[in-house]
Design a protein around this ligand. Structure first.
Ligand code: NAI
Length: 517
């Protein structure tokens, strides 16, 4: 264990939301903590806020009164940077401005010992660039907590070009000692989480802009079929569009305008209108009114077919067949390309091409595509889209099949990759590129996404469960459909498909591992 000594002094600069959260974490881990803020009284107010939070924990029985007193006695307010001289670790959590962070850390460096570790909680600035202004850039690394810091387990330990390995190890072990789940990341724009998560928002915005479905439908499908805790629009409303758009903009600019990270005009309009989400009472949803009911654009009786004929392998959608059989519908199997045939319709899992394009290239004209689901057995909802060539009766028959096995159905326009499949493919593709570029290990990238943004499964393991070849096909389908570099497949994804290897070694032997051809 190379963590800083549990009796060592920790300094936190900036008594805002993050600084106070981090100070609380360090004090609860047993450190004497000095909080410094340039704004008069901000430190005292911050400390009072932390203690109020602890009081609520005492009321709920989660903290004993004596532990609360002990934590309070370890939280001190510094009135100048000079007061931080004894700190073994200084964590900066001030305004997100490169010059100001450089100035503050340069002055810290002058008063602390050469062995002191300096850390920045920056969420978007380059650790290398912050370190460039320091005498000892090797003593600096990123220590990126998530909001609220006392609750969120993830901490990204970010290596700048000059960061010393011993500093990174000490921060990693210290985060562990503080009860966190740290991951290593390199100083690249957005680190792991803020980069890999971009498509979660961006694809939903794009689908909305293309009128593939409305806000509530996309959110509901992502929650009930994708298994995400919140839909993308609900989450953007919660984060605040000013904040979410600024992160997207900063990652887009930092990657020199890569179309994968292109900001959305729709979100820009919301920011311009001051409709920033929950905090202003209006974003994609209007919080002054009762929340709009979950949409159900399907109103029909379930008339179960008596039999279905399955042609070929349905891949990740195979579990649907047991549900169909358990509903008393006879299933026969034969060779083919992954179709469920019922009277009047042919159903297939989305593969990144539109149903219309597939029907035009030799697949049945009555083609109806269904979306990916996190778990077909337990999912409550399935999104469907019909080919333009298919009749309304085909869609009716396909809908009936899903209703008769107990699923709700959302009908969406015929968009390449539908909603969940497209989002998962883009998340996995971004995670693959982050892995290719050494931003983190496969396990750390997946862990970061499950702990930092609560994804139900890491994107690389998810891709493995679907089958990396299917994810690659979706990316190629999207790129063909749009002719847009935004959808270019990661070289690493191609390589793993060619080698028939999973993206994440943790997927080896997993029951979810998608068979590769
Ligand atoms: P905040 O605005 O709540 O707090 C910043 C505090 O820093 C203020 O109290 C301000 O008075 C103080 N400050 C500003 N300049 C200072 C200086 N020169 N010297 C000393 N104190 C100074 O900001 P927040 O949200 O706590 O963010 C702080 C840092 O954490 C930023 O770098 C941000 O990017 C990062 N971060 C924020 C997250 C969030 O969800 N809010 C999540 C993860 C990282």
């Amino acid at each position: 264990m190379k963590s800083i000594d549990s009796t060592a002094c920790v300094a936190v600069i900036g008594a805002g939301a993050m600084g106070c959260g981090i100070a609380q974490v360090a004090a609860q881990a047993g450190h004497y903590v000095w909080i410094y803020d340039a704004k008069e009284n901000a430190g005292l107010q911050g400390r009072a806020g932390i203690l109020e939070g602890l009081d609520r924990q005492v009321e709920k029985g989660r903290l004993t009164p004596s532990d609360r007193e002990a934590v309070a006695s370890r939280l001190n307010i510094a009135t100048s940077i000079d007061d931080l001289s004894r700190a073994a670790l200084v964590i900066e959590a001030i305004v997100e401005d490169l010059k100001i962070k450089q100035q503050v850390l340069s002055s810290v460096e002058k008063v602390v010992s050469e062995q002191t570790i300096l850390a920045s909680n920056t969420s978007s600035l380059s650790i290398t660039a912050i370190g460039a202004a320091l005498q000892r850039p090797e003593r600096l690394a990123g220590l990126h907590f998530f909001n609220p810091a006392p609750v969120m387990k993830l901490v990204e330990i970010v290596a700048g070009l000059a960061s010393e390995a011993t500093v990174l190890e000490a921060l990693f072990d210290t985060a562990l000692a503080w009860g966190k789940s740290p991951v290593h990341a390199t100083s690249t724009p957005g680190f792991i989480v803020n980069r890999v998560a971009r498509p979660f928002y961006a694809e939903a915005l794009r689908l909305l802009e293309e009128k593939a479905a409305d806000v509530a439908t996309i959110d509901t499908v992502m929650r009930e079929s994708g298994g995400f805790r919140m839909g993308p629009f609900e989450l953007m409303d919660l984060i605040g569009h000013d904040v979410n758009a600024a992160v997207t903009r900063s990652v887009f600019d930092a990657y020199f305008g890569d179309p994968r990270f292109k900001p959305s005009l729709t979100q820009q309009e919301l920011v311009a209108a001051g409709w920033l989400g929950r905090k202003t009472g209006r974003g994609f949803y209007n919080y002054d009114k009762a929340k709009e009911a979950a949409p159900d654009n399907v109103r029909q009786e379930a008339i179960a077919p008596t039999a279905v004929a399955v042609e070929g392998d349905l891949g990740p959608a195979e579990p649907l067949l047991s549900l169909i059989e358990n509903s008393g519908i006879a299933v026969t199997r034969g060779p083919g390309q992954g179709l469920i045939r019922i009277h009047g319709a042919s159903l297939a899992l989305s593969d990144g091409r539109s149903a219309t394009a597939r029907a035009a290239s030799g697949e049945p004209a009555d083609l109806v595509l269904f979306d990916l689901s996190l778990d077909y057995l337990s999912t409550r909802r399935i999104a469907l889209a019909k080919a333009d060539q298919a009749t309304a009766k085909a869609l009716h028959a396909a809908t009936s099949l899903f209703l008769s096995i107990g699923k709700s159905v959302s009908i969406v326009d015929d968009s390449p990759g539908l909603i969940v499949m497209r989002t998962i493919a883009m998340l996995a593709n971004e995670a693959s590129d982050a892995l290719l570029q050494g931003v983190g290990t496969a396990e750390d990238i997946d862990r970061a996404m499950t702990l930092g943004v609560n994804y139900p499964r890491g994107p690389l393991a998810w891709a493995d469960s679907v089958g990396p070849h299917r994810i690659l096909a979706v990316m190629e389908g999207l790129q063909n459909a749009y002719g847009d570099d935004r959808y270019r497949a990661s070289h690493l994804l191609r390589r793993h498909v060619a080698a028939k290897q999973p993206l994440c070694s943790a997927s080896l032997g997993s029951k979810h591992s998608g068979a590769m051809p």
